[in-house]
Design a protein around this ligand. Structure first.
Ligand code: NZQ
Ligand code: ZN
Length: 390
């Protein structure tokens, strides 16, 4: 096992009806900005409950709506202006990954006072972690289980055709309320996205090379098996509490630092996927489902040992050579994604061969030229992966 530091300060409040604890979690005299997306929280009543709770104490409450999927820098800067003008002291994100990520950017941009007027630099250098003395505190209320943003310090922001990660240790949410019933209203394609995102967060920290990290491996296998067991069922039975509760908790655990501590991590599937979202606007999780099978087929030699372990322990494939087991597991994984209604072929999203160069150029522009768990995935290899996924 590799050396590691594990740190996760986010308090989780989990369960049916737990939104009623909101008043006790947000400082009583805060000037709160409630941030949300395109209106689902209004339509389904979550926002009303949030406001009712906040009004139980003497707080000044402001709202910011319209954070779009794959949150845009320009939209978020409008929220930054409100924070500056109204002296906001607490940010409350109500929504999915895009709202939570966008809120993290707002927190950083308001707090990094030396970047006033040049906030774009926070997106371009944000993955290096800007040094902040303090940051506006964040609470989240999760309506879409997928990204793990409610329990980590990262976010992904879109600026034109650049979709880039930001992170800062001060943007771990102070608390996150996870009430699975708030996710019942999700369209089935978003639930499928959540299952696939959770699955592939786990994969990025598990299908690398072995380092004898038993706890991390067994826990990852538990998350993967849970997604396979409950995935289709929770899409078909959206109001079954136990199924949905398991999706919600697994998605937080897949990307809160726990299974990634002390093991090699890849994240190539995500980096290749982000370029597809930036150029074609394909949903985040769908890009991952497109990239994973072809990336594994192209890089089967590098990943063979862990793929065979995955085949055996997750899919119960016991026959054949290591290579045969690995290939069978790739096929099973692709069939699993397809069974959730998600296509794994780039051509099904209208993309053609002559558009691949633009995507590869994006990777080069963003300096992702030596990615993967060993740094050996070059733009040439990325091109082969994209072409194979057509
Ligand atoms: O905007 P509204 O009207 O709220 O509708 C949203 C949105 O259209 C809708 N929705 C959310 N909760 C709902 C609901 N509809 C009905 N009922 C509900 N309860 O769902 C749509 C998608 O929302 P979004 O937040 O964009 O989805 P997701 O949670 O999948 O987040 C995707 C974003 O997270 C980033 C992605 O790159 C992408 O930008 N990621 C963040 C990560 C992190 N912070 O650690 C890691 C991930 O790998 C990922 O990259
Ligand atoms: Zn993801």
């Amino acid at each position: 096992m590799n050396n590691f530091t594990f740190y996760n300060p986010t308090k989780i409040i989990f369960g049916k009806g737990e939104l009623k604890k909101l008043d006790s979690l947000v400082p009583k005299n805060a000037r709160v900005l409630v941030l949300y997306g395109g209106g689902s929280v209004k339509k389904f009543g979550t926002l009303d409950t949030v406001l009712e709770e906040l009004k139980k104490s003497k707080r000044d409450i402001f709202e910011f709506s319209g954070i779009e999927p794959n949150p845009k820098f320009e939209t978020l800067m409008k929220a930054v202006e409100i924070c500056r003008k109204e002296n906001i002291t607490f940010l409350l994100a109500v929504g999915g990954g895009s709202v939570m990520d966008g809120t993290k950017f707002v927190s950083i941009a308001v707090s990094a006072t030396e970047f006033v007027g040049r906030e774009k630099e926070l997106v371009y250098t944000g993955h290096n972690g800007i040094t902040l003395k303090s940051a506006l505190p964040i609470g989240t209320i999760v309506t879409l289980p997928a990204t793990g943003s409610e329990m980590n310090s990262g976010g992904v922001i879109t600026l034109g055709k650049d979709k880039l990660a930001i992170s800062n240790p001060l943007t771990f949410p102070l608390f996150s309320i996870l009430d699975p019933t708030l996710t019942y209203t999700l369209p089935s394609t978003q639930v499928a996205n959540g299952i696939i995102d959770t699955f592939i967060h786990t994969i990025e920290q598990y299908v690398t090379y072995p380092v004898h990290a038993t706890f991390q491996d067994r826990t990852s296998e538990g998350i993967l098996k849970t997604m396979i067991e409950i995935g289709k069922e929770t899409i078909d039975n959206p109001t079954n509490y136990d199924l949905r509760a398991n999706l919600v908790w697994n998605s937080s655990m897949a990307l809160n630092g726990l299974i990634g501590a002390g093991v090699p991590q890849d994240w190539s599937i995500h980096l290749l996927g982000h370029e597809l979202t930036a150029v074609f606007g394909i949903d985040h999780a769908k890009t991952l489902a497109i990239v994973l099978p072809s990336l594994w087929r192209v890089r089967i030699k590098e990943k063979e040992a862990k793929l065979a372990q995955y085949a055996q322990r997750v899919w119960h494939i016991t026959e054949g050579t290591t290579r045969e087991k690995a290939l069978k597991a790739i096929q099973k994984t692709e069939e699993f994604f397809n069974s959730l209604g998600i296509s794994t072929k780039l051509s099904d999203y209208g993309v053609t061969e002559h558009q691949i160069n633009e995507v590869v150029q994006g990777l080069i522009r963003h300096n992702f030229t030596n990615i993967s768990e060993t740094g050996d995935l070059t733009p040439e290899v990325a091109k082969e992966i994209y072409l194979k996924s057509l």
